[in-house]
Design a protein around this ligand. Sequence first.
Ligand code: XMP
Length: 526
Amino acid sequence: MNSDEMFRGSKVVILDFGSQYTQVIARRVRESRVYSEILPFSVGPDQIRETGARGIILSGGPASVFFKDAPQMDPEIFGMGIPVLGICYGIQLMAYHLGGSVEFSDRREYGAGTLNVTGTSPLFDGLPSKLQVWNSHGDKITQIPEEFEAIGTTENSAYAAIQHRGRSLFGLQFHPEVAHTPLGKDILENFIYRACGCSPDWTMGSFIEQTCREIRRKVRDDKVVLGLSGGVDSSVAAALIHRAIGEQLTCIFVNNGLLRSREPETVQKIFRGHFHIRLKYVDATFSFLHLIRGITDPEKKRKLIGGEFIRVFQEATKELKAEDSGERHYRFLAQGTLYPDVIESVSISGNPAALIKSHHNVGGLPESMDFELLEPLRQLFKDEVRQVGLELELPREIVFRQPFPGPGLAVRILGDITEERLETLRQADEIVVNEMKATDWYYKVWQSFAVLLPIQSVGVMGDQRTYENCIALRIVESQDGMTADWVRIPYEILARISTRIINEVKGINRVCYDISSKPPSTIEWE
Ligand code: XMP
């Protein structure tokens, strides 16, 4: 969907100056049920006006306003008559541009502090006069602009919170968006509700209703095709588009032979059986397995699988078009693209989700495919997508599913990939999933899975000496997949998983637990 099809309720825009917390600010605002959008710091007043925003938040950032290449903003934004809240680097920009003095500091003030509220301000309405806050800033304001007043101080700063005497311009030296500022959410709510006059109209129900209308308006009586993987994003996109246009949507589900136990059946049962969505099931097991037979190099495997997926998917869409009786066309390709994938982040470390996508080259259908894109989840964060999924009555097992890599079990079998080794891993993996779900740990961790190693070791079963395979267990916690740590899972659960795998999966006589963090290891073993 394009920007002319945006949410029409209350809206706040956040100008991104590269803070690691920019997305957190956007989420906090949305948690208060006001729609928020992140824009690059370089946007001008006209672009902001076009969005219909009722408030502007300037994010923090790692730069000093004195750096030659420091991200700058158009100071006219302060004169638009739209309330502005500058956070951290944002307050310094405000002071710098409006006639105050900022002092360069190469030492960051970092950590917890206490804010003494010293002035009357809508930002602190209903809040105590002392607040615990979290600081992380370099430069310091030594003098505020003439028309401003201090409304809060900390031990290290006489200008920890400031406001314009006549206009709705506010600055905070600390970070209200982080959990270490316990009442920060109230401060942000005071800004968006009281200063900006926003109403809490961003709910998943209103999103679904409005998006369905937009989809119908855009698609008219054409047809839409969607690549369904069974993961959260494509599943929610499918259910949402189906709600909007019913039979005009067809999903293509490709079985690449590298899926988990019962996955093809489950996906068909849910989407075709329960939702009555038109589903084209393509069993391409043979072509995928034939292609990667004997390939052990991880990157080669990935490339071959990615290329084959595109070929099979294109083939399937051609078939659909040929089956099309001609009165309607498959004009649209739907994708479950999420908001973190589309933000043009200026953060130094980059946008984690985008990095993972480009690193693993996922979601990459070629542009030459003759479709217009339909991306109804483009405005949503992952947790919002889950809420939409629940509202659309998708089952919990889909909505809270752990991430599963595009190349599937191929990157969890080290060495040669054969039908037999796939079956072994499927059985072990199913035990891991079931045991994790039985104790609810499945939903508390980022990922939990089995890896089949290319080694054999000696064991003993009854009076018999065995020489069999080894399974590695990988259970990690993570925020975004970029960094991860192994989970200190209770021993009893590990013991149960190990015993069951060794007893029930033929050919396995040893189970190991992977206790490496990322970095330097990765989550997957290939
Ligand atoms: P790594 O192994 O790089 O994984 O630490 C980070 C996250 O990305 C997932 N992953 C993939 N996802 N195609 C995908 O769609 C892939 O080729 C791929 N490889 C890894 C992985 O499961 C983890 O969540």
